[in-house]
Design a protein around this ligand. Sequence first.
Ligand code: SF4
Length: 468
Amino acid sequence: MQKKHPYLRDKLSIEQRAKFQRGTNVGVLAHEYFPGGIDMSPSSPAQFPKKVQETMENFNNPTVNVMYEAVFQHNDTLIMLDMLVRDCDKWVAVEVKSSLRLSDTYYNDAALQYYVLHGCGVPLSDFKLMYLNADYVKDGSIDVKQLFKLESVLEYVVEREEFVRKNVERLKTVVALPHSPVVNIGTQCHNPYPCDFQGHCWKHVPKNSYLFTTALDDETLFQHYFNGVNNNTKMLQQLDPNSMEAQQIEALETSSYYIDYKTLYSLLPQPKPKSVAYLNLLLHRPAVPEIDGTKPYEEMILAFALQGEHENAAAMSSLQGLEGGMGSMAAANNCFVWNCFEDHNRWHEAIPILVEKLSHYELIVCFTPQNLTTTLLRHEIIQNREVGYKVFNLFDVLQQAHFYHPTIKRGLTLQRLSEAVFSEIKLFEHSRIILEATSQDLLGYQQAMEDLITENKVVAKTYQLFFK
Ligand code: SF4
């Protein structure tokens, strides 16, 4: 598909773009580990042949000691290597990963690159993966020698060469076909990664197909599909009407959602809390630490929105003593917002504000895949679990109550929940990624705060829908 019909590929989401951008930023910083190199990055794919040629010229030029994004091609396989560093009469290949640990995916990636480098006759003294050092603590300007760790994978990639060669040959026969191969949809569309061509390949599948249910695993669903069960009616004939799968199909048929109310009500906070607040934290984990004393991916609170009866102009005045050191904050319509977008160094100032404000409530409702209590403990917003309020995470509660809607086939998010329950509210969850995206400007910050408030409203509406 990528070769014959690249235009059918789904558009990259902002989240995916932000992730790629993060990888690129870390990769560029890593160049400082081996400074003074020549950047071979092509400005467009059309430049690849030219860059392959220039790479070989630099490779043979004894005055060139380091190349970034060197482009090599062997047996119709093209790679761009993050760094190639001269080591006497040989070279060290270095591939950079913006992670704290290495995985099989990275090792296999390196194996493919080694296959091409070896095929091009590049004599290697080593092949290293470079990744972020979890123990590095920023102290002044970034020390790249301490920020990154290097691990030799030469032995592994040499061992994998034959495996790579066989796969390259196999895949070459696929791309040599006049058309992309005709393959039915199946478990491969989601596993090991969601495929980028689903928008095209799945367009014949009705939006309310049982293939979008979650009670049965994908393998079982596709077994039925390949056995001729091509609509919900046929699927229902195979199922116990009381099974969760049948109930999910019923929700699909009625364009509704499914929830196990018995479990849901059993999770209702008891006794009924007198005061409820809704908390939405915007956490930020920069791959490269921004603030002295922090480590790669260390978490900070960059903004929050708190909705509750005590959040009004009068409540603000009780915080006068704290105001001197505060970031940007505002309170209106029972909603208090705070952020330190313009100066991340001030993020700790969120802590005393949260300590003070949360203490006015009996129940703090949130929606997060993380454990909010753990987050509050980590930042010493609470000292132990015996605080005066309870934390009620709708994310956990809805999962325990088997909340189902076709939008959540790929995981429960607030955006998908909102789509399922309040179709009139459009949630973008822009605030979650604003800090990773390129638009770090005032408009972007304003949008992020508006999103935090809107998200909080959805959390409040969901809580009230199910528990009031
Ligand atoms: S969506 Fe599924 S069938 Fe289509 S290209 Fe991707 S993996 Fe193959």
